[in-house]
Design a protein around this ligand. Structure first.
Ligand SMILES: NC(=O)C1=CN([C@@H]2O[C@H](COP(=O)(O)OP(=O)(O)OC[C@H]3O[C@@H](n4cnc5c(N)ncnc54)[C@H](OP(=O)(O)O)[C@@H]3O)[C@@H](O)[C@H]2O)C=CC1
Ligand SMILES: CCCCCC/C=C/C=O
Length: 311
């Protein structure tokens, strides 16, 4: 097994989770099945990925085939931006639970500090002002009802996390954010460590398929490829191992069985300190910026405002 990190709930979160964003219907079910058979114990889902029903079918088959039992797995899902109004929250989780064919989630996250009009696409003109404390209070009710064993946030800056911690009755267990050698999140990691919030790293490989054609390649960065060469590992393994050594869980997405296995083979070796130090030289570029959250009237005034300068 690939190890785990402690959460402030008393539970643990598996160190490596399978990402499912951009995992196509028709491929995602096989990927989830193969990943769990290979030893993954965390699956990162979201209704906005459009594939929770197929993930649910794969989970059901894994249980029916006796590969694992429900309690062996850690399943995360997220509250989409269109459902941030407190009155929409109970129905949103229930839809996800029905699609995944589960009674409870191990972790339910506010997908981001962004609100969109109900039923609309992520476009700037669909933005609405957010009321994070109100959404959080609705999340706390889900936790109390046992539908989400842990609750947390995603895409929260230091400032937004601090503000939430100041009002939360149940503190967030996790902040799931973009984090890889090309966006290392030193300040946020320090805050998470000092407040007991686990940092979970999304796009840990630099999201090669989603970050855009002009985005710098994390896996192709010369520092990373050079370290990979010296350690006789792949750049993807070095990126993931870097994340684990920084104390964060990592959520690589793959629908390719060989890469699913490659991404799990990051536990019984380590990157020596002097090579970890070399990774500090990598120039920092945030890849997933969420321009759609910016609107002159209803949304954030600028990307700087959305990310509180952490961009
Ligand atoms: N909370 C949030 O707002 C967000 C959460 N996430 C979560 O994090 C997960 C991972 O992030 P994501 O943006 O998907 O990107 P990743 O950084 O995980 O990169 C995934 C891409 O890398 C390829 N890949 C996988 N393994 C390897 C390998 N060993 N060598 C080379 N290429 C590889 C995949 O292709 P292939 O499938 O062909 O192997 C895919 O194109 C998401 O799937 C989602 O679950 C992501 C973004 C935002
Ligand atoms: C504030 C949101 C940034 C995330 C970009 C879109 C990615 C979605 C995948 O979960």
């Amino acid at each position: 097994m690939a190890g785990s990190f402690a959460l402030n709930t008393g539970a643990t979160i598996p160190a490596i989770g399978l990402g499912t964003w951009h995992a196509q219907p028709g491929a995602v079910g096989d990927a989830v099945y193969a990943a769990v058979k290979a030893g993954y114990r965390q699956i990162d889902c979201a209704p906005s990925y459009g594939n929770e029903k197929e993930v649910g079918l794969a989970l059901k088959k894994l249980f029916q085939d006796g590969v694992v039992q429900r309690e062996d797995l850690f399943i995360t899902s997220k509250l989409w931006y269109c459902n941030n109004a407190p009155e929409y929250v109970p129905e949103a989780i229930q839809t996800t639970l029905d699609d995944l064919q589960l009674e409870y989630l191990d972790l339910y996250l506010i997908h981001g500090p962004i609100r969109l009009k109900k039923g609309t696409a992520p476009l700037s003109e669909n933005s609405l002002p957010c009321d994070i404390p109100a959404t959080w209070a609705a999340m706390e009710k889900l936790h109390e009802a046992g539908k989400a064993r842990a609750i947390g946030v995603s895409n929260f800056s230091c400032r937004k996390l601090d503000s939430l911690l100041a009002v939360a009755r149940v503190p967030p267990a996790v902040n799931q954010v973009e984090c890889h050698p090309g966006w290392q999140q030193a300040k946020l990691r320090d805050l998470c460590r000092s407040t007991g919030v686990h940092l979970s790293a999304y796009s840990p490989l630099g999201s090669p398929a989603a970050a855009g054609v002009n985005a710098p390649s994390v896996l192709g960065h010369p520092v990373l490829t050079s370290i990979a060469h010296r350690l006789q590992r792949t750049p993807a393994q070095v990126a993931l191992r870097w994340g684990l050594q920084m104390g964060q869980s990592v959520l690589p997405k793959s629908t390719d069985e060989a890469r699913i296995k490659e991404n799990l083979d990051v536990v019984d070796w380590c990157i020596p300190e002097e090579l970890m130090a070399e990774m500090l030289e990598i120039e920092q570029v945030k890849l997933l910026r969420a321009e759609f959250g910016v609107h002159p009237v209803h949304g954030y005034k600028s990307l700087k405002d959305l990310w509180d300068g952490e961009i």
